[in-house]
Design a protein around this ligand. Structure first.
Ligand code: ADP
Ligand code: MG
Length: 421
């Protein structure tokens, strides 16, 4: 047996000792299949209530979901779309992650066309944009039910450059008209606006006002920054509901951990959070420590959980003791800092933040900026935002523009000193 085979088998043995089929965590909601998401989705009861109540009405709505990177915007939107697809009659619900350098009308056009595989004109539109048309699904569902569009999401467009249509808004409106002949409600979710910089988001929204006020429902994701507040107050009327997703409380985070672990259990699930075995191979103590460390941010829980399990598996640990957990945290820190694509400038900015605790216009010095060949703090924002996307930093929810701090995935100084608020 070669080395790779041996390691592979060994990891599998450790996992099965824990009663797990696989490591259940995932970085982004878009990696999960719908059934998996349904199984692990936890909490957000009040937010679901707010959004789903709107869908009980007839009046068309525009909904903005906003919050930190990794807080669960994509998961939330997918969960809403999934229930609509299964239960809302005469509703066509479709999802797209905003492709790079694409306006909202084009994105909406792609999303809608993909959800109408039987419509030749829709498929022709996709063709014109250089996108592969969807094959009609083999199994047809009953009239008025969204047969596709939510089931398996399509992410290829995020990497394929799209040939922009000449009049995307008009093309979209034509297609919408066709869709509204078959369905009484069209819901279009355009995700990942939060990955664009705030100025660009504003421009995108400005240009899409006409479409947004047209005949479809929209769900968009946004930044937790001052920009969102701006849009909400100044460009009033653009959104009917702006929903901020906040960090989950500890009991909910703990339940989320239980759900993830159960989704990979080989044998009977143990869903009662009071049952110590519900978090096995974690102990209730290390499970709680992991949840605390995650700060109620689902993505942090997923990434830390995954690194801890990987580390524990290579150590062939039977249980995740506090010591194993610490080693897992260290491993996460190493892996995150060793990510590919980090330039020396990125590293330097990361070190600055680690050194200062919080980096902002106020804490940065001229000397710091000079070393980065920048004159103003705003010039290093793209680097900071890149580090946010990589889970190394997070933008603090402050009134002022950019304040950046390390995420709990990065160890600052001695782990023991790294206690958060
Ligand atoms: N309520 C939730 N229950 C379970 N897992 C969640 C929940 N919210 C988010 N997640 C998971 O956390 C990770 C990050 O969530 P995601 O929706 O991708 O964040 P965002 O879109 O805000 O950046 C994903 O793996 C996702 O499946
Ligand atoms: Mg997202």
């Amino acid at each position: 047996m070669n080395e790779a085979d041996r390691i592979f088998d060994e990891l599998e043995t450790t996992l099965s000792h824990w009663g797990l089929r696989e490591i259940p965590f995932s970085e982004s909601a878009s990696f999960l299949r719908r059934s998996q998401l349904g199984e692990v989705f936890t909490g957000r009861t009040q937010e679901l209530q707010e959004v789903l109540t709107l869908f009980k009405g007839r009046e068309r709505k525009r909904i903005l979901v906003y919050g930190w990177v990794g807080i669960g915007k994509t998961a939330f939107i997918l969960q809403v779309l999934s229930v609509l697809q299964r239960k809302a009659k005469d509703t066509l619900a479709t999802y797209i992650s905003l492709p790079p350098e694409t306006d909202l009308a084009t994105a909406a056009l792609i999303a809608l066309a993909r959800a109408m595989p039987d419509d030749e004109w829709a498929q022709h539109q996709l063709n014109l944009m250089g996108l592969r048309p969807r094959k009609p699904p083999v199994q047809k569902t009953g009239k008025g039910r969204a047969s596709i569009g939510v089931g398996e999401f399509n992410y290829e467009e995020t990497t394929t450059p799209v040939t922009q249509p000449r009049f995307p808004t008009l093309s979209f409106e034509d297609l919408l008209e066709r869709a509204l002949k078959k369905y009484s409600r069209i819901v279009i979710a355009i995700d990942d606006l939060d990955k664009q910089d705030p100025a660009r988001v504003r421009e995108l929204l400005r240009n899409a006002q006409g479409m947004l006020k047209g005949g479809a429902w929209f769900m968009l994701t946004g930044h937790p920054s001052g920009l969102t507040r701006d849009i909400l107050t100044r460009d009033l009327g653009l959104f009917d509901l702006a929903l901020e997703l906040k960090p989950l409380d500890q009991p909910t985070t703990y339940r989320m951990l239980v759900n993830y672990l159960n989704s990979a259990r080989l044998q009977h699930a143990r869903r009662d959070p009071d049952d110590p075995l519900a978090v096995h191979p974690f102990t209730p103590e290390t499970a709680r420590l992991l949840c605390e460390r995650s700060d109620g941010v689902p993505r942090y829980l997923n990434r830390l959980g995954s690194y801890v399990l990987l580390k524990a598996a290579t150590l062939r640990a039977e249980l995740i003791t506090p010591d194993i957990l610490e080693q897992g945290f260290k491993y996460a820190d190493q892996q995150l800092r060793g990510q590919t694509g980090l330039t020396p400038e990125d590293q330097y900015v990361l070190d600055l933040v680690l050194e200062k605790g919080i980096l902002s216009d106020e804490t940065v010095t001229l000397a710091d900026l000079e070393r980065l060949k920048a004159k103003e703090f705003s010039e290093i924002l793209p680097i900071l935002d890149k580090l946010v996307q990589l889970d190394l930093l997070r933008r603090l929810p402050s009134e002022r523009a950019g304040e950046y701090a390390p995420t709990p995935l990065v160890l600052v100084g001695k782990p023991a000193e790294h206690k958060r608020e």
